[in-house]
Design a protein around this ligand. Sequence first.
Ligand code: B12
Length: 640
Amino acid sequence: MADSAMRVLSIIPPMTQLNTPYPSTAYLTGFLRSRGIDAAQEDLALALVLTLFSPAGLRALHDEIAALPAAKRSANVSAFEARFDRYAATIAPVIAFLQGRDATLAHRINGRAFLPEGARFESLDVYVADQDGGDPLAWAFGALGAQDRARHLATLYLNDLADVLRDAVDPRFEFVRYAESLAQSQPTFDPLADALAAPQNLVDRTLAALTLQALQRHAPTLVLISVPFPGSVYAAFRIAQAIKAHDPAIVTVLGGGFVNTELRELAEPRVFDHFDHVTLDAGERPLLALIEHLQGRRSTQRLVRTFVREAGKVRYVNWVEPDIAFAEVGTPTWDGLPLASYLSLLDMLNPMHRLWSDGRWNKLTVAHGCYWKKCSFCDVNLDYISRYDLAIPDVLIDRMEALIRDTGQTGFHFVDEAAPPKALKALAQGLLQRKLEVSWWGNIRFEKSFNAELCQLLADSGCIAVTGGLEVASDRLLKLMKKGVSVEQVARVTRAFSDAGILVHAYLMYGFPTQTVQDTVDALEYVRQLFAAGCIQSGFFHRFTCTVHSPVGKHPEAYGVTLQPPLNATFASNDINFTDATGVDHDAFAAPLKKALYNYMHGIGLEHDVREWFDADVPRTRVPKSFVARALKAWTRGGP
Ligand code: B12
C-alpha cells in the first residue's frame, strides 16, 4: 500500500456516552495526523442514537411493533403505540433541546402537557411533593432551575423510548452500554458468535447503514475500532462485520481499554473473521508498526503488541520497541466529530453524575498511568496503570490551548487514573500565569499534600470537582488494600477541597476480602459523618470484584480468599469468583448502602443511626460519633 493511499478512520462504537465523545479516537487521530498520516474519526454511538431517536427512527420502530404479535407487546410498548403521534411530533424538538439548540422549549416541557409521559416518569413520585405547588421536583431545582428540570424530564422521556426499543426490538440496548454481557469476562466467543450470526434487528440494520455511510464519507483503507468498555464490544463486531461484507480489503483493527484488560490471552481464531489485527495497550507504537507493515516496510514478525491469525491459529507478536513518550503523542483532536450534536442528559439528580452525563468536556490526560500503582484491588500490572509517564506542564497547557481553539470549549475532564498533586499544582500555576480561564475536574488520590493552600490554588485555576477513592472506609482494610490513605486523612483532604468550593465525589467499595458486617456498618458510619461534616457531596458504592490482573487475583492467599479454578479462557478474562473465609453475604448490603448514600447526597437522614438503613439486624457501629469532627478540629488547630 503506497503512503498516499493510506487513509485511517477511527470509530467509537455504541455505546459509551452521549454527552461528549469518548476520547480514544481523538487521541489516535491527533497522533496519526501529527505523523503526517491521513486520519479521520466517527462517533457511531451518537449517530446510532440520533438516528433511532428521530421522527424516521420512531416510525421504523412503530413499523417493527406493528409486526409483533399482541402478546409480545409490553406495557411500555402499548403506551408508546397509544401516544405514537405525540412521540413522533416531539422527538425532534426534544433532541434539539437536549443538544442545547432550543432552550426556550424548557417552558413547554416543564408544563408537563407537552411530552407524553411513560413509566419512567413514575420515578418523580418518589420525591416528596412541594407543600405549596405540589411540584415534585422543586426540592431539586428550585425556582430558577427551569432548564435543568426540563432536561431531566426530557431525559425520562428518552429513557421511556429506550425501554420501548428494548422491549420491542433488542433487550440488550441501553444508552451507556450495549449487550455488555456478551463480552464482559466471557471466557468463550460462542455467545458473541451466535449473536453476530443472528438475523439483524432494527438496531443492527441502522448501525450497518451508518457504518456504510461512514465508509462512503472517508473511503478508508484502515479502520480502527476502539472498545473502551465491555458494553461497546458487540457493536464493534457488528461494525467490523458490515465493513468486511462491504469490502474485505479494508483492514480492520480492534483496540482499547476492554482489549487491554480482558483480551490479553486471546486465542480465539473466529475474532479474526472480523478483525485483521488486535492490539494491546497504548495504541500509538503498535499503530505505527502496523502502518509500516501494511505499507510493505515491516514484516509480521516486527509488529508490536499485535495479535494476528496465521494458519488458523492466533499468534501474539511483540517486537519490543519503546512506547511513544507521553510528551510526543501529540494533541488529541476533536476535528470531524459533531460537537454541537451531543446530548446533555440529566439522568440522576446528583451533582457528580451530572458531570459524567451532562455537558461537553474536552478530555486530556495529565499523566499516563498511576504514580501510586499499589492498590491491591486495581489492575496495577497493566500498562495503563503501571507505565507512569508525565509531560511537563507547559506541554499540557499547550494541549489545552490547542483544544480550546479546536472545539471552542473550555471545560476539561482529566481522564487520569489519579492525577499527581505536584503536576496539578504546576498546572494550576501555569494556567494562572497564562490567564487561561478554564473549568476542569478529574480523579485524584486523597493525598496529604492536598492541603488548604493547594486546594485553593486548584480552585483558582478552574478546578470544579474531584473524584477519589475512599474505598472501604476502614483503616484496617485501607491498609490491607495498600491504598496509602487513612479515613482521618481523607476527612481532612476532602474538607480542604470542599472549603475551596470544589465538589468531592468518593468512590466507595464493599465486599473486600475479610470485610465483616461490622466493617460495613462502620464504613457507612464514616461516610455518614463525612457527608454531615461537609467533606464530601457525592459518592457511589461499588461491589468489589476480583480481577485476574490485580494483586488480590495474583496472591489470593495474602487476602484470605480462595479463587475459583481458572476457566481456560480463549476470549475474555477479567473477573474471577472467589470465596472469602468470612462467609459474609455482601449482596444483602447492596440496596441498603445505595439507599443510604442516595439520601445522604440529598442531605436526608444524616442524623439517623446507620443501622436504620439495613433490612437485617446489624451490630451498632464502633466508630465514635465525633470521629470526623475531631479529626477536622485537630487539623484546624495543628494544620495537616
Ligand atoms: C476515565 C475513565 C472512566 C470515566 C470516563 C469514561 C469516559 N467515557 O470518558 C468514567 C468514570 C465515567 C468511567 C466509567 C466506566 N468505566 Co472507566 N475508565 C476510565 C479510565 C481511567 C481512562 C479512560 C480514558 O479516557 N483513557 C484515555 C484514552 C485515550 O485511552 P484508551 O481509550 O485506553 O485509548 C488508548 C489505547 O487503549 C489505544 N486504543 C484505544 N482504542 C484503540 C483502537 C485501536 C484499533 C488501536 C490500535 C488502539 C486503541 O490507544 C489509545 C491511546 O493510547 C480507564 C482506564 C485507563 N487508564 O485507560 C477506565 C476503564 C476504561 N473503565 C473501565 C470500566 C469497566 C468502566 C465502567 C464500565 C465501570 C462501571 N462498572 O460502571 C464505566 C463505563 C461508563 C460508560 N459507559 O461510559 C475499564 C474497562 C475494562 C474492561 N473490563 O473492559 C477501564 C479500563 C478501567 C478498569 N480496569 O477498570 N471510566
